[in-house]
Design a protein around this ligand. Structure first.
Ligand code: F6P
Length: 326
């Protein structure tokens, strides 16, 4: 079957670089003389027939913008057979030959089911700050989020030092500790708490005691939101406070600011490469893949593996953080 029209959508939590990838998909379609349509608000737009033609100039001025020009959503209706049937009716109505889904594991799960049920070719671009997909060393937006977190904690460090305080900073990542581990190394955290490597509260307390003994007057502990050392970061800070009645402790939850902002150079280049490969894959009759990157090279992994495969944190970074917090 000759591919004549490709649809693109952004779904799930937005991430910096989604617009860059979208621009790349649209322009690669134009370069290959095929039509491109944009679906608003993820799969919900496919159900609601919120679909518009996108031309080269439709995506001007967005390469540097955070968020997603197409808006994003997590569609409950698309989880139902009825919802997906409605979506398929619109795919037929618009003569869509393939879909590029920019999103995370939930979005890929939806895409995979849709491809299986209706034989509509789907290719995924991993757009999430969490870096939690198998088959890519970097998801789109992860690098920008790391830099955002680093800048934010650098600022927190200024005030921590001025007041001799201990700060617990919670960062995003859902069930994964990539953001915490890498940003933690980058800001010189005393400890980094991630769900993949439980150090236990006793060691955390010991580490803080040792650092005090060694003359440290302020400290930052970076806590991944998925970490279970405490019930949550506030509970953890309370427990630690009991051991250090004289240490002023503060908690800072960075929250959604981590998902916004202009994409980094790395994410702009990555999003552009991924967009080109996604369209070229569909044109070559390849589908059911996620476009990833490994050592700067674009690689493809089946969507199934990308969702199900286990992503591991780098044990070397754990080792390094132990050396650094001496
Ligand atoms: O997947 C991206 C992410 O920002 C996670 O890091 C976080 O756990 C979640 O989305 C937050 O989701 P919401 O925007 O729905 O609160």
């Amino acid at each position: 079957m000759k591919v004549k029209k490709i649809a693109v959508l952004t779904s799930g939590g937005d991430s910096p670089g989604m617009n860059t990838a979208l621009r790349s998909v649209v322009r690669t379609c134009a370069f290959n003389n095929i039509d491109c349509v944009g679906v608003s608000r993820g799969y919900q737009g496919l159900i609601n027939d919120d679909i518009k033609s996108l031309k080269t100039r439709s995506v001007r001025g967005i390469i540097n913008r955070g968020g997603t020009m197409l808006y994003s959503a997590r569609s409950d209706e698309f989880r139902t057979v009825k919802g997906r049937n409605k979506a398929y009716e619109n795919v037929k109505k618009h003569n869509i030959d393939g879909i590029v889904v920019i999103g995370g594991d939930g979005s890929f799960t939806g895409g995979l089911i849709f491809q299986k049920e209706f034989n509509v070719p789907v290719v995924g671009i991993p757009g999430t700050i969490d870096n939690d997909l198998y088959g890519t060393t970097h998801t789109l937006g992860y690098d920008t989020a790391l830099n955002t977190v680093m800048d934010a904690i650098d600022k927190i460090r200024d005030t921590a030092i001025s007041h001799d305080r201990l700060f617990f900073v919670e960062v995003m990542g859902r069930d994964a500790g990539h953001i915490a581990l890498n940003s933690g190394i980058a800001i010189g955290a005393q400890e980094i708490l991630v769900p993949e490597h439980d150090i236990g509260i006793e060691r955390l307390i010991q580490s803080l005691k040792d650092s005090k003994k060694n003359g440290k007057t302020s400290s930052i502990v970076v806590v991944a939101e998925g970490d279970k050392t405490g019930k949550n970061v506030f509970d953890l800070a309370k427990k630690v406070e009991q051991e250090f009645p004289k240490y002023e402790i503060r908690v800072s939850v960075l929250g959604h600011m981590q998902r916004g902002g202009s994409p980094s150079c790395f994410d702009r280049v990555l999003g552009t490469k991924m967009g080109v490969t996604a369209v070229e894959s569909l044109l070559n009759g390849e589908s059911g893949y996620m476009i990833g990157v490994d050592n700067g090279k674009i690689v493809k992994t089946s969507l199934k593996k990308a969702i199900k495969g286990e992503t591991k944190i780098d044990p070397e970074l754990i080792r390094i953080s132990r050396i650094m917090n001496i």
